[in-house]
Design a protein around this ligand. Structure first.
Ligand code: FAD
Length: 302
């Protein structure tokens, strides 16, 4: 979600430094935006698609996490105060600032060092043919597997129930009737339906599309274009609902489905015949895309 704020210290404030927020902030800086701030409560950024592989033992947790402070674009600011994100019109303090163009963590930043201390290796175990029957007391899973019922204590529980909107969106008044708590943006222009200086991309928006990082590759370019176009009084570009999803067809083999809001095929990946399932596409998804994500997508280079 982006808020153009001419009366505050920052030219553009990006709420949420996930896939969409980081890519948008980086692209804004590349296009010459003078000052960009990111509001993000989590000190650690997660590349979510790799979770699928880590979950089945085909990757390490260390591959999917990076410190947020290392990822913000040079010249950008990171404000890790969750309360401020629900009040996009209010001023907030920036704790980390990247002015030097270096990739290192801001050495002035006590908050980062504190989080670094807490960030310790975790053990891993894999249960197959097992169902989660309940979450007990917020710190244990009740499981049912081949050996019967089991209580599994856990420091971190990551479940994938049906997708719902984050609470802070409704709390901030950025939703609307019928959006089920998601941000009420125009699905074509990505501009907020009521607040004309608020724009949205990604999972928190009511766009009617499959929520994917692949969709963000298109959304981010369109929303940055449209922020610039609206400031110059030009007609806005339109997003066609493009999304892309890897579809696993066998162990070590997958295809990519690319389509628009009308489910028409919309090919844009720079590879031949991504629809036919191949081992090469599995390698692309497992090994190449994470590198492309860290080095190009969230750097605003793709
Ligand atoms: C397991 C899994 C596998 C996936 N696999 C794929 C895949 O293979 N291909 C694909 O294209 N997509 C995949 N996706 C989807 C993709 O990861 C998401 O669509 C993408 O991350 C959405 O980006 P986003 O910026 O909208 O949200 P996120 O990346 O979730 O970022 C949201 C950010 O907002 C922050 N935030 C939360 N609350 C607040 C607050 N109050 N104030 C400010 N910030 C806040 C969060 O900490 C987070 O950093 C997968 C998702 C999951 C969960």
């Amino acid at each position: 979600m982006m808020v153009g704020m001419s009366t505050l210290d920052y030219d553009v404030v990006v709420v949420g430094a996930g896939n969409g927020g980081l890519s948008a902030a980086a692209l804004l800086k590349r296009r010459g935006c003078r000052d960009v701030a990111l509001v993000e409560p989590s000190p650690v950024h997660v590349y979510k698609p790799l979770q699928n592989y880590v979950g089945v033992g085909l990757g390490e947790i260390s591959e999917l996490e990076r410190f947020q402070a290392d990822l913000i674009p040079a010249g950008g600011a990171l404000a890790p105060d969750e309360r401020d994100a629900s009040r996009p019109g209010e001023r907030f303090g920036a704790l980390c600032r990247r002015d030097d163009g270096e990739r290192s963590r801001s050495a002035a930043c006590a908050w980062c060092e504190d989080q670094l201390g807490r960030h310790t290796p975790r053990p891993r175990s894999l249960r197959s043919e097992t169902t989660v029957t309940a979450v007990a007391g917020g710190n244990a899973l009740m499981l049912h597997g081949p050996a019967g019922p089991e209580r599994l204590p856990a420091d971190l529980i990551h479940l994938h129930p049906p997708y719902v909107a984050p609470d802070f969106v409704a709390a901030s008044g950025l939703d609307a009737d019928g959006t089920k708590g998601f941000i009420a943006v125009d699905p074509a222009t990505l501009r907020h339906r009521t607040f004309r200086r608020v724009w949205g991309v990604g999972d928190a928006c009511d766009l009617g599309d499959a929520r994917t990082g692949g969709a963000l590759r298109h959304q981010v370019k369109i929303v940055i274009d449209n922020i610039q176009r609206s400031r110059r009084g030009l007609p806005l570009s339109h997003y066609d609902g493009y999304t892309v999803a890897p579809i696993a067809t066998a162990r070590g083999e997958l295809s990519f489905g690319e389509y628009d809001r009308q489910f028409r095929v919309h090919r844009s990946l720079p590879v031949p015949d991504e629809i036919t399932a191949r081992r090469a596409w599995w390698w692309l998804d497992r090994y190449a895309l994470p590198q492309i994500y860290w080095h190009r997508i969230i750097k605003g280079r793709l």
